[in-house]
Design a protein around this ligand. Structure first.
Ligand code: ATP
Ligand code: MG
Length: 174
């Protein structure tokens, strides 16, 4: 199912409004165009994004803004969620996508360590991937990469109709 993701993302951000303003954090979204499509199930897509945003809020000790960036590449669409929170040590990076793994159980912020395992399973279902870049004490960037949906309008622009008997190519816009 082709989903127009920018309005969906804005709706999710809206739903975090109270939570984030209580924490004095602002969630920003930047996108390379207004209509960006992903082949996904809306509920599943929302669950992935909500998990990443709630982690960004939870692990940034109520300070620092959150930046969501959506970019289209030639063969993929990337959605990143960046925070300026506590960060993740290199030794933990490989483990955080495992079920029930939490870096610091004792300091335990709420949760069961399942969020990123779910994100990882869902992105695999999409034939996409998730990556993380993080610096302890500085923050983290989680990036989801989805295969690009073939947009029928875009792909048609390469097909230029041409009539052999005429002097000029047919203008495809007429
Ligand atoms: P749950 O998502 O089930 O409520 P959780 O947030 O602890 O619990 P995950 O979302 O799977 O579980 O994250 C696993 C661990 O990875 C977290 O416990 C935390 O230590 C670390 N982590 C995840 N996101 C971030 C982040 N944005 N900044 C710093 N650490 C993070
Ligand atoms: Mg979580």
């Amino acid at each position: 199912k082709k989903q127009d993701i920018i309005p969906i993302l804005k709706g999710i951000i809206e739903s975090f409004k109270n939570y984030a303003t209580e924490n004095k954090q602002t969630i920003y979204i930047t996108h390379s165009s207004n209509q960006i499509y992903i082949d996904t199930d809306r509920d599943i897509f929302e669950k992935m994004i909500i998990n990443l945003i709630s982690n960004a809020i939870k692990y940034s000790k109520s300070t620092g803004d959150i930046h969501i960036t959506v970019k289209e590449y030639k063969h993929s669409v990337s959605i990143s969620v960046a925070d300026s929170g506590i960060g993740i040590a290199p030794a933990d990076i490989d483990n955080i996508f495992k079920r029930y793994y939490q870096v610091d159980r004792k300091r335990s912020v709420s949760g069961t360590g399942i969020g990123l395992a779910i994100v990882n399973e869902f992105i695999e279902l999409h034939n996409g991937n998730v990556t993380v870049q993080s610096t302890p004490g500085k923050g983290s960037v989680f990036e989801l990469s989805f295969p690009l949906v073939e947009d029928s309008v875009k792909s048609n622009t390469n097909i230029v109709p041409y009539a052999l008997n005429k002097q000029e190519p047919i203008d495809p816009n007429k």
